[in-house]
Design a protein around this ligand. Sequence first.
Ligand code: HEM
Length: 139
Amino acid sequence: MLNKIEETGSSKSTFFELLGGAESGTENIRKLVETFYDVMESDSKAKPIRAMHPADLTSAREKLFMFLTGWTGGPQLYIERYGHPFLRKRHLPFAIDESARDQWMYCMIQAMQQLGYDDKLMTKLAEQLYGVADFMRNH
Ligand code: HEM
């Protein structure tokens, strides 16, 4: 899970550290997840994946925040609370094809852009998340 990144000349070895580490990492991941779901709720390009989610996104927001905190190398909030995520298995009830995957990535990239992530961080984070999103594909 721990998502090490290689960046020559940088002392920061995880996305969590790059996002502010112990000081502001969780806050920044919270902002990223809130913005991600705000995009999903409001952008018509994400309509099909929005429709897969329940009307109330409170729990989805909280779970993605907890998951991404650990996945980026921060505290394993999701695992501490829920145990092993079995992420692919948990997504099997939803028909996730290339289009759904791309909509998910679209929301995430929009969120990073809205929050003013620098290009290098955005590209690296998007690359890693794309791997996870593609792994969720079941159609
Ligand atoms: C590829 C496109 C994806 C689609 C269409 C999708 C869709 C969904 C849906 C519909 C739920 C259920 C939400 C709820 O019941 O409140 C869910 C849950 C979740 N998703 Fe995704 N997802 C995708 C990719 C991802 C990726 C890439 C990640 C992680 C990086 C992720 C992490 C999670 C987590 C942590 C949960 C909560 C699991 C739980 O119930 O404990 N998803 N997703």
